[in-house]
Design a protein around this ligand. Structure first.
Ligand SMILES: Nc1ncnc2c1ncn2[C@@H]1O[C@H](COP(=O)(O)OP(=O)(O)OP(=O)(O)O)[C@@H](O)[C@H]1O
Length: 234
């Protein structure tokens, strides 16, 4: 799915993922190959159980492929050890979840600064200002010192997106990020992802939303662990 103008930032070659099951091995992904370029905004869609989250987990280095290769930004992710993976993931992958998963006892800005403290990419005395810039980028700077529970669902998801950007990763992955939001708020979140892609982030979003075609030029359709339609023009 790599377009002519972009080099592949993400390349999966013949990836299979098997899980043990009562009746032998179950293949959640079957011989999946794909290329995704820098700054691409990609939707992953398909029925429940088709393998969407497994694909995201493989790209994020959360799961290892049973067979095949995963290369991201020139790094063979499938070859990294668990400790190397944790460091690599912190710098290269920002993750956005359906239920936001902000830490409830930390303020919004503290939630954004936490991954910076883990990763050490930015000096300690610059982290608060960077978090404020990110909150500005997602339009909730004025919520910085509140607890997540004081924010609306859409504002919490904006905070989660700012957190995903904390260490300036090239790749943002989001697993049904609007599954818990109304359609107007969902549209605003999709707009935000589109803006991130315009600023050269590669954004991969698992979504069931029927109207995603307005936002996503590139759509990966998965059925029974295989890509059945990699590119659907809007
Ligand atoms: N850790 C695991 N152990 C065993 N089977 C698993 C595991 N993770 C996923 N599976 C199976 O792999 C298949 C694909 O799961 P996956 O979560 O990737 O689907 P999905 O398309 O994301 O589904 P949904 O839309 O419901 O979230 C399913 O049949 C699931 O039961």
């Amino acid at each position: 799915m790599n377009t002519e103008q972009s080099k592949p930032l993400i390349e999966l070659s013949h990836v299979t993922k098997s899980f043990p099951s009562m009746s032998g091995n179950f293949q959640a992904l079957k011989n999946v190959s794909l290329k995704i370029g820098k700054g691409q905004l990609v939707a992953v869609t398909g029925k429940s159980g088709s393998g969407k989250s497994t694909l995201l987990n493989i790209i994020a280095g959360i799961d290892k492929p049973t067979e095949g290769q995963v290369a991201i930004n020139g790094i063979r992710v499938d070859k990294l050890s668990e400790s190397e993976l944790a460091t690599w993931r912190g710098k290269n992958i920002g993750v956005v979840f359906q239920f936001f998963q902000l830490l409830p006892t930390l303020t919004v800005i503290e939630n954004i600064m936490l991954p910076m403290d883990f990763c050490n990419r930015y000096p300690k005395n610059e982290r608060r200002e960077r978090a404020l810039v990110l909150l500005e980028q997602v339009n909730i700077r004025e919520q910085a010192d509140k607890l997540p529970s004081a924010l609306s669902g859409g504002q919490q998801q904006r905070a989660a997106i700012a957190r995903a950007l904390a260490n300036d990763p090239p790749v943002i992955i989001a697993d049904e990020p609007t599954g818990n939001l109304d359609s107007q708020t969902s549209a605003a979140i999709f707009e935000l992802f589109a803006a991130l892609a315009r600023s050269e982030k590669t954004v991969i979003v698992v979504t069931h939303e029927k109207d995603f075609a307005d936002y996503f030029k590139d759509v990966i359709v998965i059925a029974d662990g295989a890509i059945v339609n990699e590119f659907v023009p809007a």
